[in-house]
Design a protein around this ligand. Structure first.
Ligand code: MG
Length: 387
């Protein structure tokens, strides 16, 4: 039994190396919340995916913060008390929270921390837990790992040359898939330029909800470019519109922001609104919910990949492992956090040659560095053991 001893919630204000433009705004600041669950047999770490400004469906970090420091310690403490002091198993953590947005994001962080704690205590890697044989055992040569995709934002100067240089950088480094942010007025021309320069590249476009069904005629021009998908062209709530676009366009329609729960994934697939799924464990309420969402996609013959939220090495390592489960048949957003964060407080296996070798160490596979967190000015709220 793992005896629950408390919780620490860290906040560290990180910065992206360069602004990342999307149709929904520009990302630059990247505050991150990390949670650390304490037990008598060691600690476990989790990361909250909330961004500085949130998204169409996810609250900002400031919006999730009250849940992290008020609701989470109370729920976790009560759940442990009702189990005679035992840390609630990772498999039940999500059930301690409802599916409102702040709760989903907070639950994902806590579940990761509890899972990390359990796996460390059991001497098991996350890859082993998820039934993935691609992890690197300490006594054998590392296997190939999982393929990594990259993401390119809308250049601040809206220059096709700038965009092509960014794409070329990833291709040169061995990344076999590039996901490109598009917006009305920045779509057919830049995507056509990329396709002409890189005829064999696995190429996707991401609209972040900026289009309307009336744009279908113009978007049909993308059909000539053999895109892997056009992701989230319409606002998140418009499943009928996405289903109509999926009928109308040859380009597969992907969903991202629409996929907030396993139920939402199931419904979107059933309605024919989702031909490719961008799954984000932080948004879906955790790794285990994301695993179930992958299963729903696989059963329906829908391709899936893990989407990024500018994670530190902690959550990105978890995402890399999740990317190895059957059904995650497309490369995920698994570039190295060092590529987009000025400072990364948690190690990442790296994406050399466009592949990530999954860690075989016990736990999720990455431990935030306390000294680095301190040097970066992280603050911590303590509940329990030292609080
Ligand atoms: Mg997206």
């Amino acid at each position: 039994m793992l005896r629950y001893e408390g919780l620490e919630v860290y906040r560290v204000d990180l910065t992206l190396r360069a602004p990342v433009g999307t149709s929904a705004g520009t990302h630059l600041e990247r505050p991150v919340a990390l949670v650390r669950v304490l037990s008598d047999a060691g600690d476990g770490w989790g990361e909250c995916g909330a961004l500085a400004g949130g998204t169409a469906v996810d609250p900002s970090l400031d919006g999730v913060w009250p849940t992290l420091v008020d609701v989470v310690p109370a729920r976790l403490g009560r759940a442990a008390a009702s189990r005679g002091g035992e840390v609630p198993p990772a498999g039940v953590v999500a059930h301690l929270f409802d599916t409102t947005a702040p709760n989903r994001l907070a639950a994902a962080a806590v579940e990761m921390a509890v899972l990390d704690l359990e796996l460390r205590a059991a001497g098991r890697s996350l890859a082993d837990y998820l039934g993935i044989g691609a992890a690197a055992p300490p006594d054998r040569a590392p296997p190939d790992g999982v393929p990594a995709g990259a993401m390119v934002g809308i250049p601040a100067d809206r220059s096709v040359d700038t965009l092509l240089a960014a794409v070329e950088g990833w291709v040169t480094r061995g990344f076999g898939r590039v996901r490109v942010k598009v917006a009305p007025g920045w779509d057919v021309v830049p995507m056509t330029a990329i396709r002409q320069a890189f005829p064999d590249l696995r190429l996707q476009a991401d609209g972040n909800g900026a289009y309307r069904v009336g744009d279908a005629d113009r978007l049909a021009a993308l059909d000539a470019l053999d895109l892997g998908c056009l992701e989230q062209p319409l606002p998140h709530a418009d499943l009928p519109g996405h289903a109509a676009l999926a009928d109308r366009l040859d380009t597969p329609i992907g969903l991202d922001e629409s996929l907030t729960t396993v139920r939402a994934v199931t419904d979107a697939v059933k309605y024919g609104a989702c031909e490719v799924a961008c799954l984000k464990p932080a948004r879906l309420g955790g790794l285990l919910a994301a695993r179930r969402a992958v299963d729903r996609c696989r059963e329906a013959g829908v391709s899936a990949f893990v989407g990024g939220l500018f994670e530190t090495g902690l959550a990105r390592t978890a995402n890399a492992v999740l990317s190895g489960v059957p059904g995650m048949d497309l490369p995920g957003d698994l570039s190295d956090p060092a590529d987009y964060l000025v400072a990364n407080p948690a190690p990442y296996p790296g994406a050399a040659g466009g592949r990530v070798v999954l860690p075989g160490v016990p736990g999720v596979g990455s431990t935030p560095d306390l000294l680095t967190l301190s040097q970066l000015g992280a603050t911590v709220e303590r509940f329990g053991r030292d609080g």
